[in-house]
Design a protein around this ligand. Structure first.
Ligand SMILES: [Zn+2]
Length: 202
């Protein structure tokens, strides 16, 4: 006999949470139970935060970051160094670098990496927009912070070629990053070291 533990509504909430990265059915059930017990201090604030983010969610038309404003908080910050730009594959990589607090400039999110296998071509990424940003002038250094995977390297080489004619310093995160390691999974010390020891592309 099937014993029903919760109403269909609560069951739906549990299933929605269980589909989130890092959560499974077991932790989703624990989270739901916590939310139900702590309605005032957990459920209501979570609901408000979700509503606010959902209403204001936007993609930055300058750098491709996901934020609640366009331009995003990083692009809008006058204290950031406007002369250096860090190119990353995904928003998760931008957030990882931002957590390390070591890059003082701004970012450019490509929206992926070149992949023959997955059929991702240059026009599927925001490379043209990157070239346009740099054509606009005022940028001295571009750090290519694509992942240390084969596809990440291929993407970096392609971008380096596209930027060849610009009078900018092109650098790459230092080698020694684990192959296949995505920036988001690196600890902040490793990431900081890779950024500090960045070197020119030859
Ligand atoms: Zn931005």
């Amino acid at each position: 006999m099937h014993i029903r533990m919760a109403s269909p509504e609560i069951e739906a909430l549990t299933q929605a949470l269980a589909r989130l990265p890092g959560l499974g059915p077991r932790s989703a059930r624990r989270a739901v139970l916590h939310l139900l017990k702590k309605r005032e201090t957990a459920l209501t604030p979570l609901l408000r935060a979700l509503e606010t983010v959902n209403e204001r969610l936007s993609t930055c038309s300058t750098c491709g970051n996901v934020d609640t404003s366009d331009p995003c908080a990083i692009c809008a910050d006058p204290r950031r160094d406007q002369r250096s730009l860090c190119v990353v594959e995904e928003v998760a990589d931008l957030w990882a670098l931002e957590r390390s607090r070591l890059f003082p400039g701004r970012f450019h999110v490509l929206g992926g990496r070149l992949s023959a296998l997955e059929g991702v071509r240059p026009e599927d990424l925001s490379v043209d927009r990157l070239v346009a940003r740099i054509s606009g002038g005022g940028i001295d250094e571009v750090v290519l912070a694509t992942n240390a995977t084969l596809e990440g390297q291929t993407t970096a080489h392609y971008i380096a070629e596209r930027l060849e004619s610009f009078p900018i310093r092109l650098t790459r995160l230092a080698h020694g990053l684990p192959v296949g390691g995505e920036l988001d999974y690196l600890d902040e010390g490793t990431l900081a070291q890779a950024l500090r020891a960045r070197r020119p592309i030859d």
